[in-house]
Design a protein around this ligand. Structure first.
Ligand code: NAI
Length: 325
């Protein structure tokens, strides 16, 4: 049984090879897209990640090559055309939870860094510049955090904020109880810090846009560790430039698939919006690394290999996203 593994990095190989009990895995550094899907020739399963482009064209090639299973080694599957997969009788499985605490902790790490200007202080003191000018932050205790999406990661982030003594406001169309839910406009209006933890769907695309930013408190901080498409980048840039937003902590970006996870240092940055965001002192941007912990890598490999095993043993997996009929 062969598996074609796309967008493979050294740390993926290490963890999958450690846990693999007999599948033949062909690792490809390239991302999965229509032009590379033929590499899956002779493989019944394909393993893909967040920035692979698994649209109708890619799926058509995978089908032609005989692929039966698409094993996403991530939680989100917004980059998969599920209808096309169903049509092609390719099952899609995913890893619904791999250390939600890893992502929630990264969100708080970015907030603390940006608010207390640690990123700037670190550079200054390395140059023996011990001036505090421009490094003033604010106390989180007593401030209001708004959490959009109170699933596994959002819930873990609420717990962390409460540990800091923050007041919480939450929004989720499917409330789970235990949190203080308010309508979305109220969350935008009353929060000092807003953190996005909902999936990217047609309803949530650009949930943060020019209109919602206008509702926000002056100086509000925005955190996005979920998916780049939740924020309209131009509206974010104007909100930051006009001083309406105090800062943004971004682990994801709308057009990240072209850049993230690769070393672009020699080419410069062709995406002007990304370059502008990175150049702002009140923006911290990480390269979709919120999950990137030993625990999450291990859980991703274990769950993905288990999903594949269950599929080939013709057992139902609870982690199926769509069912080929
Ligand atoms: P989850 O499924 O446990 O929670 C998502 C929550 O969002 C659910 O409570 C759901 O009801 C809510 N939701 C759905 N539609 C909504 C809407 N229109 N407005 C507000 N809330 C809505 O998912 P989990 O595990 O908490 O992950 C959340 C997201 O985090 C994933 O969809 C993924 O995009 C992102 N993620 C990012 C990672 C990173 O490394 N940066 C790693 C893992 C996940």
């Amino acid at each position: 049984m062969k598996i074609a593994f796309f967008d493979a990095k050294e740390y993926d190989k290490r963890e999958f090879d450690k846990q693999n009990k007999g599948w033949e895995i062909e690792y490809y550094e390239t991302k999965l897209r229509p032009q590379t899907a033929h590499l899956a020739h002779g493989c019944e399963a394909v393993c893909a990640f967040v920035n692979d482009r698994i649209d109708g064209d890619t799926i058509a090639v995978l089908k032609k090559e005989g692929v039966k299973l698409l094993a996403m080694r991530c939680a989100g599957y917004n980059n998969v055309d599920l209808a096309a997969a169903k049509e092609a009788r390719i099952k899609v499985v995913r890893v619904p939870a791999y250390s939600p605490h890893a992502v929630a902790e990264h969100a708080m790490a970015m907030l603390l860094t940006l608010n207390r200007k640690i990123h700037r202080a670190y550079i200054r003191t390395r140059d023996f510049n011990f001036s505090l000018s421009g490094l003033e932050g604010f106390v989180l205790h007593g401030k209001t955090a708004g959490v959009i999406g109170t699933g596994k990661i959002g819930g873990a982030f609420v717990d962390i904020c409460q540990g800091f003594g923050m007041k919480m406001l939450c929004y989720d169309p499917y409330p789970t109880g235990g949190y203080r839910y308010v309508p979305l406009p109220q969350l935008f209006e009353e929060s000092d810090v807003i953190s996005l933890h909902c999936p990217l769907t047609p309803e949530t695309r650009h949930i943060v846009n020019e209109r919602s930013i206008r509702k926000m408190k002056k100086g509000a901080f925005l955190i996005n560790t979920s998916r780049g498409g939740l924020i309209e980048s131009e509206a974010l840039l104007s909100g930051l430039a006009g001083g309406k937003l105090g800062g943004a902590c971004l682990d994801v970006y709308e057009e990240e698939a072209n850049y993230f996870y690769e070393d672009n240092s020699q080419q410069g940055m062709a995406d002007e919006k990304l370059a502008l965001l990175i150049s702002r002192p009140n923006v911290i941007l990480t390269s979709h690394q919120a999950y990137f912990t030993r625990e999450a890598l291990s859980e991703i490999a274990a769950a993905t290999l288990e999903n594949i095993r269950l599929f080939f043993e013709e057992k139902r997996t609870p982690n199926e996203v769509s069912c080929a009929k």
